[in-house]
Design a protein around this ligand. Sequence first.
Ligand SMILES: Cc1cc2nc3c(=O)[nH]c(=O)nc-3n(C[C@H](O)[C@H](O)[C@H](O)COP(=O)(O)O)c2cc1C
Length: 178
Amino acid sequence: MTKKKCIVIGVTGSIAAYKAAEICSLLKKNDCNVHVIMTESALKLITPQTFFTISQNKVTTSLWNVETWEPEHITLAERADALVIAPATANIIGKLAHGIADDALSTFALTMHGKEIYIAPAMNPRMWENPIVQNNLNTLIQYGYKVINPAKGVVACGDFGTGKLANPQDIVSKILNT
Ligand SMILES: Cc1cc2nc3c(=O)[nH]c(=O)nc-3n(C[C@H](O)[C@H](O)[C@H](O)COP(=O)(O)O)c2cc1C
């Protein structure tokens, strides 16, 4: 019997956070073991209950509410095959590019060193075009992160340009086929 892939989804405070539920569902349908880590901002946009029900696993929302003596970010990183941060805010991209680990998701991402990490950004086109964001993404690419580029279209605030989260099915195909 082949081992189930263990995929961790990081959900950040982008208006596209609801699309992470579809990514979670598609990964489950592809027989993956899925764990979800949410940032504090993501909690304002979608509830952990959604991911708990779809993933059938406890959702991590803090570094500190752990039930065992072992730090969860270490034990989960040992089991995980890949981390996908979808949607990824400009903020998490900046934090990861500079090694900042000040919450459960950014700490876990550092712990995933040596494993596959996918970043699927979603943001307003003006944020996306900001050279600070682009430089941070290039830094992550140099460190081996795989960036799944956003699509062009009308974003949630009504602006047109590049910044829409890539199609959830395309994100899942990239994670499972590479
Ligand atoms: C309604 C709403 C939608 C937002 N959508 C986005 C977004 O799509 N992309 C982004 O980079 N930031 C977005 N932000 C800003 C982030 O939530 C903010 O930068 C936050 O600090 C990100 O925290 P996190 O990266 O820890 O989740 C949004 C904020 C609000 C209030």
